[in-house]
Design a protein around this ligand. Structure first.
Ligand SMILES: [Zn+2]
Length: 99
């Protein structure tokens, strides 16, 4: 159990370092955001039971594409493996956010 949570933190840290994504973006990241063909992550709104109104919306308010660095590719492939498009990538979920 502990091993899993440490691994989850490590993944979030690595994704943050390699993409410049904000923690909130990573916590809300869905498998469907990752486009392995275009090699990009598309940050977009996602449903979230912890966020106000049941929905998380990116701060910038619009869709943005982030290039996937070569070092990040195996991590994302591992995290996305055997998951539905609507599943979250990160094991760490959003805690209540400030309005
Ligand atoms: Zn949320």
């Amino acid at each position: 159990m502990l091993r899993y949570s440490i691994k989850g933190v490590e993944d979030v840290f690595l994704i943050g370092t390699l993409t410049g994504m904000r923690p909130a973006e990573i916590f809300h990241m869905l498998v469907s955001w990752v486009d392995f063909r275009q090699n990009k992550i598309f940050v977009q709104a996602s449903l979230c039971p912890h966020c106000r109104g049941g929905k998380w919306v990116p701060k910038t308010g619009h869709y943005r594409g982030i290039d996937i660095a070569p070092d990040l590719l195996p991590i994302l492939r591992r995290l996305a493996r055997k998951k539905a498009d609507t599943a979250r990538v990160s094991r760490i979920s959003c805690t209540k956010e400030r309005p």
